[in-house]
Design a binder for this molecule. Structure first.
Ligand code: NAP
Ligand code: MG
Length: 499
């Protein structure tokens, strides 16, 4: 059921909301083996939403054993693709039928504006699950150009038990980007949501079971990264770890793999993505609208946030003025208010970190032209204004480090060459956008930018048909979405015959 974006409808839905708080292992809800729980908080007011199972390595062992049994049984991994598709499509339609409820769970639990959860995260989630389901009975395997005496098949087989670790900024969507292709490819999954945002992933596991996905194929175990996450990624019977989160934890995962069973590791990490505005950019209103969205959508708690605006000096002042005109109308407040465009930071410690960067920007000599303050301090949440620094140098800390908050650095440049050099002068390479009237010029620059996704005359991550992932320290081989995501959840096998 979709949720009407009106105060009355939202209030009624909030009155009925139910939090599933236990782990989901082998098709059933279960408390953690120790019985321990932790409090999941509403970042809008700092109040507890519910106590959630704090799982431990013993629960990881239970979940991995269930996943392994389900995988070896072939009930899912060897099911006819057309039949697996049918069940996954049913799963997608159940998620769609409960989209309003799941949107509210993420809004309450992650501080995300309900308008974004309803209009962006949920349609993308449903579409992602359905798209990967639709793919599986349309893929053909290959033969190799061998001799007639050696007929050969090159086939793809599911990897086995896939551990998944996802972050708090897009809880349900990141879960779907991972389980969509992995389940479609026939794997069994053990997923750990971020400790802050467990509810939507647990709800998905329940709906997956309702759709007919066999017990043990999709398990969700809430808990702490250093405990549950580490136990999954060090487990000798987990064949792959798929991760979205920080580079710091990503590096740990590579270590865990090296020190255990050399499980496959794919990493989707952070970014410091450039938005490049060339001197001939079309329609500054369009650029400003996209640039505001790129920098401040999801409060900047977005790995592909366009946090560096690299703009030709001749356009800079006019563009900054237009940007300020747009963001001053973005309402900051409770995420479940349908007028809210900016919710709180995920938690106090993160909000303080973002405020620390704002102070650093001032000290480094960047020019604060908008925002910079904490808002609604009596709410119990940590709200921060959309913040714009002008005359930033790319060497400054605010231009180099991922802030993961609503802070935009405007960096003036004098030529296309300088724009490209500054854009690429970063350890990251997740996304980039660029603006030019001249498509030849735009194409040349698009090819020169070192990023996994480059959007031209818009800010976009593409859609489910296009791969998403990063160059350089923004990732490690991983791509979410598209046929490339599907392939990475399978192993290649050669079958060589002698007639
Ligand atoms: P994080 O600290 O790396 O956490 C991500 C996940 O890893 C959480 O589930 C976390 O569990 C878990 N984790 C923490 N320590 C672990 C360990 N030692 N072993 C295994 N798992 C562990 O990142 P975050 O603070 O949630 O999210 C912000 C970061 O994610 C940013 O850097 C952002 O750029 C990146 N991100 C990237 C993408 C992308 O697609 N490339 C998308 C979204 C976010 P706990 O919750 O218990 O700590
Ligand atoms: Mg963290």
């Amino acid at each position: 059921m979709s949720l009407k974006l009106e105060t009355k409808a939202i209030k009624a839905a909030l009155g009925k909301i139910k939090f599933r708080t236990q782990a989901f292992i082998n098709g059933k809800f279960t408390p953690s083996s120790s019985g321990k729980t932790y409090a999941a908080i509403n970042p809008a007011n700092g109040k507890k939403l519910a106590d959630v199972a704090a799982c431990e390595p013993a629960d990881v062992n239970r979940a991995v054993a269930a996943a392994r049994r389900s995988f070896e049984s072939g009930a899912w991994s060897r099911m006819k693709p057309a039949d697996r598709k049918k069940i996954l499509l049913k799963f997608a339609s159940l998620v769609e039928a409960n989209a309003g409820e799941i949107a509210l769970l993420d809004a309450l639990n992650a501080g995300k504006p309900i308008v974004d959860c309803v209009n962006i995260d949920m349609p993308d989630t449903v579409n992602c699950l359905a798209w990967h389901a639709e793919l599986i009975d349309k893929l053909y395997e290959r033969t190799a150009p061998t001799s007639i005496e050696n007929p050969t098949m090159i086939v793809r087989e599911p990897i086995g038990v896939v551990g998944m670790i996802v972050p708090w900024n897009f809880p349900v969507q990141m879960t779907a980007w991972k389980i969509g292709p992995a389940l479609a490819a026939g794997n069994s999954v053990v997923l750990k949501p971020a400790k802050q945002t467990p509810f939507s992933a647990i709800r998905l596991a329940e709906l997956a079971a309702e759709a007919g996905i066999p017990a043990g194929v999709f398990n969700v175990i809430p808990g702490f990264g250093s405990v549950v996450g580490q136990a999954i990624c060090r487990h000798m019977d987990v064949d792959m770890a798929a991760f979205t989160g920080s580079a710091e934890v990503g590096r740990e995962l590579l270590r865990y793999s090296a020190e255990s069973n050399l499980k496959r590791v794919i990493l989707e990490l952070g970014g410091k993505s450039p938005q490049v505005v060339l001197a001939d950019a079309p329609d500054l209103d369009l650029v400003a609208a996209n640039a505001a969205n790129a920098a401040f959508w999801n409060m900047g708690e977005n790995c592909s946030s366009g946090s560096r605006l690299i703009v030709h000096r001749s356009l800079k002042d006019a563009l900054v003025k237009k940007l300020i005109g747009i963001v001053k109308d973005w309402k900051t407040g409770d995420p479940v208010d349908p007028d809210t465009r900016m919710g709180p930071m995920i938690e106090k410690s993160h909000g303080e970190k973002v405020m620390g960067y704002i102070e650093t920007g001032k000290k480094e000599g960047a020019k604060l032209v908008y925002g910079g303050r904490r808002l609604l301090p009596d709410s119990g949440g940590f709200y921060i204004e959309a913040t714009i620094f002008d005359e930033v140098k790319n060497s400054m800390k605010i231009a180099r480090e991922e802030i993961f908050g609503p802070v935009l650095s405007v960096i003036p440049v004098k030529s296309d060459e300088e724009a490209v050099a500054v854009a690429n002068d970063t350890n990251y390479g997740l996304a980039a956008s660029l603006y030019s009237k001249d498509l030849s010029r735009a194409h040349r620059v698009a090819r020169a930018l070192r990023a996994g996704t480059v959007s031209v005359n818009c800010y976009s991550e593409g859609d489910v048909t296009t791969p998403f992932g990063g160059f350089k320290e923004s990732g490690f081989f991983g791509r979410d979405k598209s046929i490339y995501a599907h392939e990475q959840y399978s192993e290649l096998k050669t079958i060589w015959m002698q007639l």
